[in-house]
Ligand binder design. Structure first.
Ligand code: FMN
Length: 347
């Protein structure tokens, strides 16, 4: 794996860590459409040390998947100290600590955004990660704080920067907020002014235009697309176009069909397992969000017995027409999967 410098610039958007989605095929697809860097799905530090939890699949990578950042979650510094050396031996060089996930199951173990409620513990994990990977090679993905009464992102951010963090990402909601309300972009600007390292923005970047506004309003180093990339993997290219003054237009059915077909081909080439086949069948309807016929499309994809049938069904996305009554992207409170299941990914 190469050790190229990480890109921190407005015109170098990243793909955010997305549990259940940012696997090798999707990262590769997003890179093809302009993502300058991509993070893995969150990987359990404990799972790495004790085996299991499907960590191997989450760590799958390829030469084209560069630069890549491995995102870890957990709450025990000693476990991180044990998890890091094998990752470095395998050639991974950049890491991120998940301090933002608000899923109950993750918070219950003290991980994700719950780490913000115990900053001293967070700093011990940071010391283990930075000690192993070296200063500059570890990022931290923060929320404002765990609860609204304890918004400590500025203190935490400053301390992590002092400890040798390479960059910070802020999703400006509290842990308790999950995805409700709106991301408070002004806090991203505050953090960017408070620390001497790059700050990446995350939160409510549903369209490329949102990211351009967020960059202008906050002065942050760059952005990370999350839900926006799930409905439009070409969002990276669109942002680059906007920033370069090139004309852009809303996503079209033809583009989405192209993205879907490329995604299928990448899944087959880079994975090809029955797991990948099942996963891509449920992923693809997101590309048709806001178009007529999404329900029928979902059904026809689910009925596909093999990769060839899947390609044929996905090609039909090109015929869909936009539904003016439906949003063309996610809206603030909406996560990517049905609510109510504490195992539902969505951080
Ligand atoms: C389905 C889903 C999975 C996510 N998985 C992760 C994850 O593994 N690690 C993480 O730090 N954040 C995760 N997030 C949070 C995103 O990276 C991002 O910070 C958040 O969605 C806000 O950005 P957005 O409003 O532009 O989507 C996830 C979000 C969603 C919707």
């Amino acid at each position: 794996m190469s050790n190229v410098p990480l890109p921190f610039a407005p015109e170098s958007p990243w793909l955010a860590p997305l549990a259940g989605y940012s696997d090798l095929p999707f990262r590769t697809l997003c890179r093809k459409y302009g993502a300058a860097c991509a993070e893995t799905e969150m990987v359990s530090a404990k799972g790495l040390v004790f085996g299991g939890y499907g960590s191997e699949r989450l760590l799958a990578t390829a030469p084209i998947d560069s630069p890549v950042v491995v995102q870890l979650f957990g709450s025990e510094p000693e476990i991180f100290a044990r998890a890091m050396p094998p990752l470095l031996e395998r050639g991974f060089t950049r890491f991120d600590l998940n301090c933002g996930c608000s899923v109950r199951k993750v918070n219950k173990s003290g991980s994700g955004s719950a780490l913000l409620a115990r900053p001293e513990l967070l700093y011990r994990i940071a010391a283990a990660m930075i000690g192993a990977a070296g200063p500059g090679n570890v990022g931290f993905k923060l929320r404002l704080g765990f609860t609204p009464d304890d918004e400590n992102f500025l203190d935490v951010g400053r301390r992590l920067a002092d400890m040798g963090a390479g960059w910070l990402t802020l999703h400006p909601r509290t842990g308790r907020q999950l995805f409700s309300g709106q991301a408070r972009w002004a806090a991203i600007g505050e953090l960017a002014r408070a620390v001497p390292i790059p700050v990446l923005a995350s939160g409510d970047l549903f369209f490329a235009e949102d990211a351009a506004r967020c960059l202008a309003e906050t002065g942050c180093a760059g952005v990370m697309f999350a839900r926006g990339a799930l409905t439009d993997p070409m969002i990276f290219r669109r942002l680059r176009d906007i920033l370069a003054g090139r004309p852009t237009a809303p996503r079209t059915a033809a583009e989405l069909a192209e993205a879907a077909l490329t995604h299928i081909d990448l899944c087959r080439e880079l994975d090809g397992t029955p797991h990948a086949f099942r996963a891509i069948r449920t992923f693809l309807p997101r590309y048709a969000k806001g178009f007529h016929g999404i329900r029928a499309l979902r059904q026809s994809l689910l009925e596909c017995p093999d990769w060839r049938a899947l390609r044929e069904a996905a090609a039909s996305i090109a015929e869909l027409t936009p539904d003016p009554g439906q949003p063309q992207a996610f809206i603030p409170g909406e996560t990517a999967l049905p609510q109510g299941d504490e195992n539902t990914p969505g951080c």
